[in-house]
Design a protein around this ligand. Structure first.
Ligand SMILES: [Zn+2]
Ligand SMILES: [Zn+2]
Length: 800
C-alpha cells in the first residue's frame, strides 16, 4: 500500500495518446497579467493522424520489421502507407514502414476479417488504419483525445472551421479531395493535413495560414473533462482519430499556483514571470502533448503591459506592437519541430545590455564568415535525417556563421556586471562551440539573468538561455563554464533530444563534457594547459560522484533505468517517467557525472581530434531528431573502430556504464590517472616555510579573522611544528585577533625563541588588552634573568 503511494508521488505520468494523433503546431494567443499572476487566452492545436511521417519511432519500426522473418513487412509496407494519398511523396520508404508496423500490431485480429469480406476499399489502406485504431480504443466508444495538462482552468474547447479561412481554397484545390469535399468534416481535416505537411520552403505561408486558421470561427463545441494530469476531449459519435477534428481551440487560464511558471520579483523588486524548468515542464502553462515524440512547431502572440519585455523561444526577434493603449503585443515563432517541453517564456521589466564598443566590432563578430573547406561543402550536400523544416545545416550562410546574433537582458541593477562579465564571454564561447561542433543549430540567442529564486545556475531552451545572477560575480570562470554548458545544450538536449526522458545523460553528460572543451577553447589555452584544467575538473567531479553514489538510492544512479524498454511507450503513447517527480533527484548530478566520465573516456581513447570530428558527424546525422543511447554508441563504434580494440561494444557499455548502479568499474580503473594531475597535487602539496610566511603575512593584513578560521589555519598547516619565522607570524595573528586558544603559543615562543621574541612584547602591549599585557609581564618575569642585558632593557621599557 505504502509502496503504491510512493510510486504515484515519485513518477511523472505522460498521458497524451500520441500514437493516435500527433500535434504538429501550436498557436498561442495569450495575455500575461503580472498583477493577478494569471496567463489567459487560447491555444489552437493542429494535429496529424498520419503516423507514417513520424521520425521518432524509426527504431521501433526497424525492430518490428526485423521480427518479420518472412519479409512480409517490406512487401506490405507501401500498401499500408498508401493512406495519405495527397502527400505520399513526403514519406520516406523507411518511415513508410512505420505505418505498417503500427497497424501490424492488430494484424492477427483483423486479417481474417479483411480477407473474408474481400472489400476492395482495403487497397486504399484506409481500413487498415481503421482496424488498427478500432483495436486500440475498444470498439464503439468515442475516441478520446488526451492532452497533458495540470493546474489549468479550461473554459471551452471547440472545433475550428478552417474551411472558411479566406484563401484556404488553394489547399482544397491542390488536394485530390473528390470524396473529402463532400463531407465538411473530412474537408477540414484534409485542409489541416495539407497545411501541416507543406514543404519546408513554404514555411512563411504555413505560418501565416496557421495564424489565419487559428482565428477562424468555431464549428461546434467539444466535450472535455480535466483530471490531475490530463485534459480529455471527445466529440460525440466520433470513434476514430482520423475523424476527430484536426484543429481545435482551447480557451483556458493558468492558475497562480501552477508549477510551470514562477511569478516573482526581480533583483530590482519589479514583478516578473518565467517558465521555471519544473519537472512538469509546460503542462501548467498550456495543454500539450508532452512526450518528446510529439515534436511540433509553435507561434505565439503574447500581450503584456508596455513596461514589460516578453522573451520567448522564437527564432525571430520580436518587434512589439501596440494593440491597445499601454499594452504591447509580442509575436514569436519557430519553424524547427521540437518537444513542447522546450518552449520557454519570460516577461519582466528587463533591459537589454548593450556593448559599449563601436557597432562595427559587433558586426564583425556576428557576421564572421570563414571560407568553407572542401569537407564542409561535402557535408552540406548531405541530406538531413529529420522531418523537413528550413534547416540551418543546409544553409551555407548559416553553416559558416561562427557567432550567432545574441542579446543579453537583465534587471537594471545588474546591467553593469553583465556588461563586464557576461557580454564579453558570449562571442568567445559561441565561437569555441562552433570550432568544435560546427553549425549552430539555432539562428539567435537571448541570455536572460533570471530572478534570485531561480533554482539552478543556468537553463537552456531554444533561442534563450537563463543564467543565474550567481554567475556574474568573482571573475569570469563560473560564468564562462556555465555559459559553455548551456550553449552545448543547443546541440545536445535541444537539436538532438533524448527520445526517452529517463536517458538524461544524453543531454547532461554531453553538456558537462563539452563545457570543459568549449571553455578551454574560449580561453585559447594551449593543449597542455587545457589538459591540466580539464583533469582538475575531473578530480572535482570524481569527488562529487563518489559522494553522491554513497549517499543516494541505487535506483537513482542508473543512467538507463528502463534498460531494454527504454524508448518504449504504451500502445496509446502514454508513459510514465520513473522518478520524474522525485525531489531528491532534482539535486542529484549522478547522470551528469557518469555520462561525462563515459564521454571523457571515449575522447581519451579515441584522441580529442578524432572524437570531436566524430561528434560533428554525429550532429549532422541526428540533429532535429530524438535519439536513444544506442544511436550514439553504434555510430561512435563504427566511426572510430579503434575503440573496439579496448573491448568496447554497445552491450558492454550498457552493462558496465549505463545500466549499473554505483561507480562504473572501468571508471574506477581510469580514475587514478587524473587524480594525480599537477593542479590537484598542488593543493595537497605542503607549502614551503617561505610560502607559509607569505601566506600568514597576507592574512595579517586582514582586519578580522574569526577564531574558527585561526583554528583551521593552525591545524591545516601544523603551525605549531613550523620554524620560528612561521610561528612568529602565527603569534602575531594570535595577538592581533585576541585568539585566546593561541596564547600558550605566545608564552612558549617568548620562552624558547628569545632570539626573535622582543618584538612580540611590543605587540602584546600595544593592544592595551589586560590579558595580553599579563602574558607579557609574566613571560618577562620568568625570562628576564637569562636575557641578554640590552634585550632586557628594551623589553623593560616597553612593559613599564
Ligand atoms: Zn537538417
Ligand atoms: Zn545541463
Amino acid at each position: 500500500m505504502k509502496m503504491e503511494l510512493d510510486i504515484t508521488k515519485d513518477d511523472l505520468p505522460l498521458m497524451a495518446n500520441t500514437s493516435h494523433m500527433l500535434v504538429r503546431h501550436y498557436v498561442l494567443d495569450l495575455n500575461v497579467d503580472l498583477k493577478s499572476h494569471v496567463i489567459d487566452g487560447t491555444i489552437v492545436l493542429f494535429f496529424d493522424t498520419d503516423s507514417s511521417c513520424r521520425k521518432g519511432d524509426s527504431e521501433q519500426v526497424e525492430e518490428a520489421c526485423h521480427s518479420q522473418s518472412d519479409g512480409t513487412c517490406c512487401i506490405q509496407a507501401p500498401e499500408a502507407c498508401y493512406v495519405p494519398v495527397p502527400n505520399a511523396s513526403a514519406c520516406s520508404t523507411k518511415s513508410g514502414c512505420n505505418d505498417f508496423a503500427v497497424c501490424g500490431k492488430g494484424e492477427n485480429d483483423t486479417s481474417d476479417k479483411n480477407g473474408s469480406h474481400g472489400n476492395k476499399e482495403l487497397a486504399s489502406g484506409i481500413s487498415s488504419s481503421k482496424n488498427c485504431c478500432d483495436i486500440e480504443i475498444h470498439g464503439s466508444e468515442d475516441f478520446l483525445l488526451v492532452l497533458d495538462c495540470c493546474d489549468l482552468s479550461v473554459l471551452k474547447v471547440e472545433e475550428v472551421d478552417v474551411a472558411v479561412v479566406p484563401g484556404i481554397d488553394k489547399f482544397t484545390s491542390s488536394a485530390k479531395l473528390m470524396d473529402a469535399s463532400k463531407d465538411p468534416r473530412d474537408l477540414r481535416n484534409q485542409i489541416v493535413h495539407e497545411l501541416v505537411t507543406l514543404p519546408a520552403d513554404h514555411w512563411k505561408e504555413q505560418l501565416q495560414f496557421y495564424r489565419l486558421c487559428s482565428q477562424a470561427p468555431a464549428c461546434g463545441e467539444l466535450l472535455f473533462v480535466t483530471g490531475t494530469w490530463s485534459l480529455e476531449i471527445r466529440k460525440a459519435g466520433v470513434q476514430l482519430p482520423k475523424d476527430f477534428p484536426h484543429a481545435i481551440r482551447i480557451y483556458y487560464k493558468t492558475k497562480p499556483e501552477g508549477k510551470s511558471l514562477s511569478w516573482t520579483t526581480d533583483q530590482c523588486d519589479r514583478p516578473c514571470v518565467y517558465t521555471a524548468g519544473s519537472p512538469i515542464n509546460n503542462r501548467a502553462l498550456f495543454p500539450c502533448q508532452e512526450p518528446p515524440v510529439a515534436m511540433s512547431t509553435w507561434q505565439a502572440t503574447v500581450r503584456a503591459d508596455a513596461c514589460f519585455v516578453v522573451l520567448m523561444s522564437g527564432e525571430n526577434v520580436a518587434e512589439p506592437t501596440e494593440s491597445e493603449e499601454g499594452v504591447l503585443n509580442w509575436f514569436y515563432y519557430v519553424t524547427m519541430p521540437m518537444p513542447a517541453s522546450t518552449f520557454t517564456i519570460a516577461a519582466g521589466c528587463w533591459a537589454e545590455v548593450k556593448r559599449k564598443t563601436c557597432a562595427t566590432d559587433v558586426q564583425r563578430n556576428d557576421g564572421l564568415f570563414p571560407l568553407l573547406s572542401k569537407a564542409d561543402v561535402r557535408l552540406l550536400e548531405q541530406t538531413c535525417g529529420h522531418l523537413p523544416y528550413p534547416c540551418r545545416f543546409q544553409d551555407p550562410a548559416a553553416t559558416s556563421q561562427v557567432v550567432i546574433p545574441h542579446r543579453v537582458f537583465a534587471p537594471q541593477c545588474l546591467k553593469k556586471s553583465c556588461e563586464e562579465v557576461l557580454l564579453q564571454l558570449i562571442p568567445q564561447c559561441l565561437s569555441a562551440a562552433y570550432d568544435l561542433l560546427g553549425t549552430h543549430p539555432f539562428p539567435r540567442l537571448d541570455v536572460l539573468i533570471v530572478p534570485p529564486n531561480f533554482s539552478s545556475l543556468g537553463m537552456a531552451s531554444p533561442h534563450i538561455i537563463f543564467m543565474s545572477q550567481s554567475t556574474l560575480s568573482g571573475g569570469s570562470h563560473l560564468c564562462g563554464t556555465r555559459l559553455c554548458h548551456e550553449i552545448a545544450h543547443a546541440w545536445f538536449g535541444l537539436a538532438i533530444g533524448a527520445r526517452d526522458w529517463t536517458e538524461e545523460w544524453l543531454s547532461e553528460g554531453f553538456a558537462t563534457h563539452l563545457e570543459d572543451a568549449f571553455w578551454s577553447a574560449a580561453q585559447q589555452l594551449s593543449s597542455d594547459e587545457a589538459k591540466e584544467q580539464q583533469d582538475l575538473k575531473a578530480v572535482l567531479r570524481w569527488q562529487r560522484l563518489r559522494d553522491e553514489v554513497q549517499n543516494s538510492e541505487g535506483d537513482l544512479q542508473v543512467l538507463r533505468p528502463k534498460k531494454e524498454n527504454t524508448g518504449k511507450a504504451s500502445e496509446s503513447g502514454a508513459a510514465v517517467i520513473k522518478h520524474g517527480l522525485n525531489a531528491e533527484k532534482v539535486f542529484m548530478q549522478v547522470h551528469y557525472l557518469k555520462g561525462y566520465f563515459l564521454l571523457r573516456s571515449f575522447a581519451g581513447k579515441a584522441g580529442e581530434a578524432a572524437y570531436f570530428a566524430f561528434l560533428k558527424k554525429f550532429v549532422r546525422a541526428f540533429h532535429g531528431q530524438l535519439i536513444l543511447s544506442q544511436d550514439f554508441l553504434h555510430l561512435l563504434l563504427s566511426d572510430i573502430p579503434q575503440l573496439k580494440r579496448y573491448g568496447l561494444s554497445v552491450e558492454n557499455i550498457f552493462q558496465k556504464w549505463l545500466d549499473c548502479t554505483g561507480i562504473p568499474k572501468p571508471l574506477l580503473e581510469e580514475s587514478q590517472a587524473w587524480q594525480d594531475c599537477r593542479l590537484a597535487q598542488q593543493v595537497n602539496e605542503e607549502l614551503s616555510p617561505d610560502q607559509l610566511v607569505l601566506l600568514l603575512e597576507c592574512l595579517l593584513e586582514k582586519k578580522t579573522l574569526c577564531s574558527k578560521t585561526l583554528e583551521c589555519l593552525q591545524k591545516t598547516y601544523h603551525l605549531r611544528e613550523q620554524d620560528a619565522e612561521v610561528r612568529h607570524r602565527w603569534c602575531e595573528l594570535v595577538i592581533k585577533h585576541k585568539y585566546t586558544a593561541g596564547y600558550v603559543d605566545i608564552e612558549k615562543f617568548l620562552k624558547e625563541d628569545q632570539a626573535m621574541g622582543v618584538y612580540l612584547y611590543g605587540e602584546l602591549m600595544v593592544n592595551e588588552d589586560a590579558k595580553q599585557q599579563e602574558i607579557a609581564r609574566k613571560s618577562f618575569a620568568t625570562t628576564r634573568d637569562q636575557m641578554d642585558a640590552s634585550s632586557a632593557k628594551v623589553v623593560a621599557e616597553m612593559l613599564f
